[in-house]
Design a protein around this ligand. Structure first.
Ligand code: GLN
Length: 485
């Protein structure tokens, strides 16, 4: 059951080959048997899952099922879940029980009828590219347990890649859906900023954060995204515009599709073996009718430094709420109010989060605001302008998702700059606000390689269409790692 697609799972449920309760027990069994090797879940919720599965079976019997009813899904532990710990990978929220559900959680479970298996591990407050900053320990890559699964959605991708969940939610502020999807042979999509509600999704950098999904294929991703997306009056940046029918558009032929190849994405720094896989994927898309257009995104190389001003600035402001007074970790040792703030934050936040708060506070401080924050906002506009011009020449922009395959656990944890450079190809899409996805396109030394597609605003359907056609012609996305032993 853990190798079936969403469509096959839905067929199996409807034709009563298995019930949602059977399916849920199967995945809970795999989590119990295998997750000690991967550490992909922070919290498993078997009681909730079986209760939701029972309700789904009733709904299926009544003929009121959606495409997701009865199918298990895992939630990144950044989405608030009523009555269930929502830790965001941090000691700060280790004992935090959310009093309400995130809109994404309501839409996927209460409305669409999918079953929540539990909450996935992640980098602390989604800050990281390797899932090594989590208070709950590192997550292992199912393709090679000595390597990172990528981050920050490392638990989500490890769970899905290992067949512990058919799909999982994830979030992407600078690459946290696409980079880990690439490193674990998954398909992951970060929608247009404003397409998926951020209500109840713990804020890291509010102008960049966007929820999305990781799954095995574009078709599975389309089904889950369809249920997640849409206007939400409780998120002030949510966009009030109808959601396209992603599934209906999947099979459109690619004849005449113009694929933009930005030269900055094929420059120095890209491992030659990755480049070979990307070139091969381009040839495959050409065979399917697409043609390529060479172009330039001249400001793309500035995306990492720009992001590392904007994101920490917003993070330092968002994380000010964790003061030891209202909720979250409270130090036992504090005797004065100032000590309460200092000690609660000092104990509650790990080193990477503290580093971000310090950078962010610095770039926003009087005297440096213009030099850093304001300057970064101007460069952000230039990055956006690059894409605006690119989409006058092409329909989708294509490049690698990462410079190389998954790296060894611990190999970059003492070098923040080399860790930050992991997102060199993914960050520009967040700064511009456009949708982007990663999909499997080959293997190097037995490790998966990801192909990145970026689209114009609200062109998620187009990206999923291109990815789906590619997946109809190739079988990279069907490969699975052996069960961890
Ligand atoms: N790796 C980037 C960071 O550490 C992006 C993380 C994300 O997208 N949440 O900030």
């Amino acid at each position: 059951m853990h190798t079936l697609s969403f469509r096959q799972l839905a067929d199996g449920l409807r034709s009563k080959q298995f019930s949602s309760q059977d399916l849920t027990r199967h995945f809970l069994g795999r989590i119990a048997a295998l997750d000690s090797k991967l550490n992909s879940f922070i919290t498993v919720t078997p009681e909730i899952a079986l209760e939701q599965a029972k309700a789904a079976d009733a709904r299926l019997a009544a003929g009121k099922a959606t495409a997701l009813t009865g199918i298990p899904i895992a939630q990144k532990d950044i989405f608030c879940t009523r009555g269930v710990r929502t830790s965001c990978g941090s000691r700060m929220l280790d004992k935090f029980i959310a009093p309400y559900d995130a809109t994404v959680v309501t839409k996927l479970h209460a409305e669409a009828g999918s079953v929540m298996l539990g909450k996935c591990n992640m980098d602390e407050f989604a800050m990281g590219s390797s899932n090594e900053t989590s208070w709950y320990g590192q997550v292992k890559n199912p393709w090679d347990p000595t390597r990172v699964p990528g981050g920050s959605s490392g638990g989500s991708v490890a769970a899905v890649a290992a067949g512990l969940a058919p799909a999982a939610t994830a979030t992407d502020t600078g690459g946290s859906i696409r980079q880990p999807a690439a490193l674990t042979n998954l398909t992951g999509i970060k929608p247009t900023y404003g397409r998926v509600s951020r209500f109840g999704m713990i804020a890291f950098a509010s102008s960049l954060d966007q929820g999305g999904v990781v799954a095995h294929s574009a078709e599975d991703s389309a089904l889950v995204l369809q249920a997640m997306a849409g206007f939400d009056p409780r998120d002030s940046t949510s966009v009030d515009r109808p959601v396209d029918d992603y599934l209906a558009g999947l099979d459109r032929p690619l004849d005449g599709l113009r694929i933009g190849l930005p030269r900055e994405y094929f420059a120095e720094g890209l491992a030659p073996a990755i480049r070979t896989c990307i070139d091969e994927a381009i040839r495959e898309l050409q065979k399917l009718g697409a043609r390529t257009v060479e172009l330039s995104l001249p400001h793309a190389p500035l995306s990492v430094p720009t992001y590392y001003v904007v994101a920490p600035a917003e993070a330092s402001s968002n994380l000010a709420r964790f003061d030891g007074v209202r909720y979250g970790h409270r130090s036992e040792e504090a005797r004065t109010l100032e000590e309460l703030y200092k000690k609660s934050r000092g104990e509650g936040f790990g080193p990477e989060v503290q580093r971000r708060i310090m950078i962010g506070t610095y770039v926003l401080s009087h005297g440096y605001y213009d030099a850093y924050y304001l300057q970064a906002q101007k460069v952000r506009k230039l990055i956006y302008e690059d894409f605006r011009k690119a989409f006058e020449q092409c329909d989708v922009v294509l490049g690698p998702t990462t410079t190389d395959v998954a790296f060894e656990l611990g190999s970059k944890s003492d070098d923040p700059v080399s860790m930050y450079l992991n997102d060199i190809y993914t960050i520009a899409a967040n700064l511009a606000g456009i949708p982007a996805m990663s999909l499997p396109c080959g293997f190097v030394r037995g490790l998966p390689v990801g192909l990145q597609l970026m689209g114009n605003f609200f062109e998620e359907g187009r990206l999923l269409n291109v990815a789906h056609r590619y997946q109809q012609a190739t079988d990279w996305h069907t490969r699975r790692p052996p069960d961890p032993s």
